[in-house]
Design a protein around this ligand. Structure first.
Ligand code: WQD
Length: 335
């Protein structure tokens, strides 16, 4: 049974990837500092999979402990999710973001090196592209992140690239996520942000379940079909499956950068419509001015993932919305 170290494994994408790893015959070893997720998620993963999970509360700054865990559990690769990801917060707390997302990753890589482990899949983001110069976005689109969160992701990508150039024994895969949404179809795990959700779909589902009075739509004057922002929403299960492919192929991945998206964009109003259809709930909304730092439209060219991984997104918008609603209605206040 291949043990895979999962940093940030009780988080939204990490927890769904742990479930899919187990279903694919791997054994996730989870470390998380629980700064943005709950220990209860481990119980939920065990309930879904029927497997006992190894979990240790550990911050990625704790180099010694990570080295011990890698050796103790003979981890064969790392999937690195741990990181702060609130765009707005990153703008007002640059030091906190660079310290955690960049210095934290340097600690993790140092611990891996000391433990003799040189295989990593890194959770990056389409935010590194900044304002699109062309669409759909291919992996060779210029990178120019407009926010600090995106700059920390790009900084780590550059560190990984330099490590590989200096030591070609490393096996590295960088996955650039578009907009992850959805939830496991058990309804036991889902996107459960602390406080007021930054992202669209958790906010919509909290309106539907009565936790929020209405949705503010940030801008309806974009140059899109209905004036609202367009994004490439991808089901978190499809995203998790992309990580399984990366682990399966890791021995041949020498710094590969791969988009994980569906290749098609939906506007805010289209997402509201899909969610209303899937949940039979009406979503009250108000148009408000644009949000600082938002781009108008982005969506992926996912052909490289198809070519290298034989991976493509399979779940559509309706399934995304149905799974979100099942999760939120089963967990009105989150986990
Ligand atoms: C989507 C659309 C908003 C909330 C961010 C990160 C990205 C990734 C996903 C981590 C936009 C509109 C949103 C709301 C709204 N995170 N919106 N009202 O900004 O595309 O991407 O989250 O990897 O890296 O940058 O996602 O869900 O915040 O916004 O109208 O209350 O919904 O303007 O058009 P975004 P989002």
């Amino acid at each position: 049974m291949k043990n895979i170290l999962i940093t940030g494994g009780t988080g939204y994408i990490g927890s769904h990837t742990c479930v899919e790893l187990i279903e694919s015959g791997y054994n996730p070893i989870i470390i998380d500092n629980l700064s943005n997720s709950k220990r209860k998620i481990v119980d939920r993963i065990e309930k879904i999979t029927g497997k006992k999970i190894i979990f240790e509360k550990c911050d990625i700054s704790d180099k010694k402990n990570i080295e011990r865990i890698i050796k103790e559990f003979n981890c064969e690769a790392v999937i690195h999710f741990a990181g702060f990801k609130a765009v707005g917060e990153s703008q007002t707390n640059p030091l906190m973001y660079y310290k955690n997302n960049v210095s934290g990753t340097i600690n993790l890589l140092d611990a891996m090196k000391s433990a003799g482990l040189k295989k990593i899949v890194f959770s990056s983001s389409a935010t590194v592209y900044g304002k699109p110069k062309f669409l759909p976005l291919t992996e060779d689109h210029p990178v120019s992140p407009e926010n600090i969160y995106g700059k920390t992701k790009l900084a780590v990508e550059n560190i990984l690239r330099d490590i590989f150039i200096a030591d070609p024994d490393w096996r590295i895969c960088i996955l650039r996520y578009f907009n992850p949404v959805g939830a496991h179809n058990s309804g036991l795990i889902g996107d459960d942000p602390k406080g007021i959700p930054n992202n669209l779909m958790p906010f919509i589902s909290q309106v539907a379940v009565g936790r929020r009075s209405h949705l503010n739509i940030w801008g309806n004057d974009y140059n899109t079909n209905d004036g609202t922002g367009v994004r490439d929403y991808i089901h978190v299960i499809d995203l998790a499956q992309g990580h399984i492919k990366a682990i399966e192929k890791i021995n041949s991945l020498k710094g590969a950068v791969i988009n994980l998206g569906t290749g098609r964009g939906y506007s805010v109003l289209e997402m509201i419509q899909s969610f209303e259809k899937a949940s039979a709930k009406k979503i009250k909304y108000e148009f408000r001015p644009r949000r600082d730092g938002d781009i108008e439209i982005n969506y992926a060219d996912p052909s490289k993932a198809k070519e290298i991984f034989n991976w493509e997104a399979k779940l559509d918008i309706n399934e995304m919305c149905k799974d979100i609603w099942r999760w939120q209605s089963m967990n009105p206040k989150g986990v």
